[in-house]
Design a protein around this ligand. Structure first.
Ligand code: FES
Length: 181
């Protein structure tokens, strides 16, 4: 006959087993959850780094041609300027500009203009990447949304946009490769 003590002992041991088991499970989950944030805190860093910069091969771009690259979800206009465009950009009287910047402030090498292709008025993408596009009164880019004209250095010359097209941080990895961001 089983005494009430024996029943308590069996029940007590059963509870202990359950507690050990539960503790073991929590231990396992705990170990997993210690490792995970460490790993997951490293992965976004690598992803973010990859997304934060974009490399662009410039070698296929001929003089007078433009391409559009994507960087952080934004279009980046890269133009290999003609001698005439460079000259036009340099001879501007900077004191007359709404957002005064010399051409040298905006390029690392005269031939290459790199800038975010988003109008600084309300965010449209200006036209001027293709030869058949409208280039505005200053031979650069034209934003048809409200009529902003940008010159061959991407500076605002006419219309409502308050700022020049933004020049992102970038570097020449080689003569024909740039890394944006
Ligand atoms: S968004 Fe370009 S002129 Fe308004």
């Amino acid at each position: 006959m089983t005494s009430s003590n024996d029943t308590k002992n069996e029940a007590g041991e059963g509870r202990r087993d359950f507690l050990y088991l539960t503790a073991g499970m929590f231990g396992a989950v705990g170990a997993g959850s210690v490792a995970w944030p460490f790993i997951s805190s490293m992965n976004p860093g690598a992803d973010a780094r990859a997304m934060a910069s974009t490399e662009v091969d410039l070698s296929p771009i001929e003089v007078g041609q433009s391409i559009t690259a994507m960087w952080r979800g934004k279009p980046v206009f890269i133009r290999r300027r003609t001698a005439k465009e460079i000259e036009a950009a340099k001879e501007v009287d900077v004191t007359e500009l709404r957002d005064p910047q010399t051409d040298a402030d905006r390029v690392q090498k005269d031939e290459w203009l790199v800038m975010v292709g988003i109008c600084t008025h309300l965010g449209c993408v200006p036209s001027g990447q293709k030869p058949t596009d409208q280039h505005g009164d200053f031979g650069g880019w034209f934003c048809p949304c409200h009529g902003s004209h940008y010159d061959t250095s991407g500076r605002i010359r006419k219309g409502p946009a308050p700022k020049n097209l933004f020049v992102p941080g970038y570097e020449f990895v080689s003569d024909t490769l740039i890394r944006i961001g």
